[in-house]
Design a protein around this ligand. Structure first.
Ligand code: HEM
Length: 294
């Protein structure tokens, strides 16, 4: 691949589709450090976190130490995380109305503050004291790819992955073993991709965004690349999972022959159950036509 290709091209290798573990060592600082798109991204994050916090943020009891360690990491990478202590947020008001202990409300305020200050979405995972399985205990996800963060909160990773056909039978054990042995210091990075009929970053199912159904024009399709980073939180014994979204219009994908080839091959070889999960089954032939038309 040419050195001038954008990084997202490598997410579409010329291979038959398969679930790929695909973790590579990387730099947590490089993943989380603010980019030139900061102002626009943070404005969108603020919008969703303030208008719909129940759908994009959560912090379970016991997740406070993971959050504090993550905030310290974020600050060390240059994120301007404010400390909401003393300024009453909507959630703190909700906390006092529902009788939640003050520190729980404070922690949730800090969880939101980090979500507003950091470009990537973040998810906190904690091993269960009894069986060691990793559970989602908190985070802020403003830009989901058609999944519901609020339904994943509190669940173990294997349950979170249940909708993905054959993922658990192929990868649940390797993923668990990998997370259990994660060492502090670096980040482990991988990526998923998807296609969408909307360029919106926030593709929560509740938004009812348009689906990929024929007929389609090429300017109605976007590639979504989801870059992910896994980072150990050694003091709290948790794991930080960061997610960054890149959205590429289909005509731009077609300008990169390696990406076009990889996408065509993935669509041709992907099992129907996976095409259905990714919302591509009904539009598969139409997408292949758009990708292979001159
Ligand atoms: C560490 C290795 C991991 C691998 C190999 C992996 C793999 C995958 C794959 C292949 C998908 C399907 C995405 C698609 O093709 O559209 C997926 C979905 C997903 N993964 Fe992972 N994943 C990993 C870790 C995690 C972690 C740590 C979380 C944190 C909670 C997570 C949360 C999710 C969620 C929420 C979905 C969407 C599920 C749905 O549609 O309901 N994954 N993952």
């Amino acid at each position: 691949m040419s050195e001038t290709e954008p990084a997202w091209v490598s997410v579409l290798p010329d291979e038959d589709y398969h679930h790929s573990f695909g973790l590579k060592g990387g730099s947590a600082r490089a993943f989380f450090t603010p980019t030139t798109a900061s102002a626009e991204l943070l404005a969108q994050r603020r919008h969703w976190l303030r208008s719909d916090p129940a759908r994009c943020a959560a912090l379970l009891p016991g997740a406070g130490p993971l959050l504090e360690e993550t905030i310290a990491l974020a600050r060390s990478f240059g994120a301007p995380v404010s400390d909401p202590t003393g300024c009453e947020t909507k959630q703190e008001r909700a906390g006092s109305e529902t009788g939640a202990p003050a520190h729980v409300a404070d922690d949730f305020g800090r969880c939101l503050a980090l979500g507003e200050a950091w470009e990537p979405d973040y998810v906190l995972l904690k091993p269960d004291a009894n069986d060691g399985r990793f559970h989602l205990v908190g985070g802020c996800v403003c830009f989901p790819s058609s999944w519901r963060f609020e339904e994943k909160v509190g669940q173990p990773l294997e349950v979170i992955h249940t909708p993905v056909p054959h993922l658990n039978e192929q990868l649940a054990s390797p993923i668990h073993n990998f997370l259990s042995r994660l060492k502090p210091g670096s980040a482990w990075c991988r990526a998923n991709w998807g296609l969408s009929r909307s360029p919106e970053l926030n593709q929560h199912p509740a938004r009812g965004l348009p689906k990929l159904r024929p007929p389609l024009r090429e300017d109605e399709v976007w590639l979504r690349i989801e870059d992910q980073a896994l980072v150990a939180l050694p003091q709290s014994r948790g794991v930080l999972f960061g997610i960054r979204m890149t959205v590429v219009p289909l005509p731009e994908v077609k300008r990169h022959p390696a990406a076009q080839r990889g996408l065509v091959r993935a669509l041709r070889t992907m099992p129907d159950a996976m095409l259905e999960y990714k919302g591509l089954l009904a539009a598969k032939d139409e997408l292949l036509r758009l990708l292979t038309d001159g």
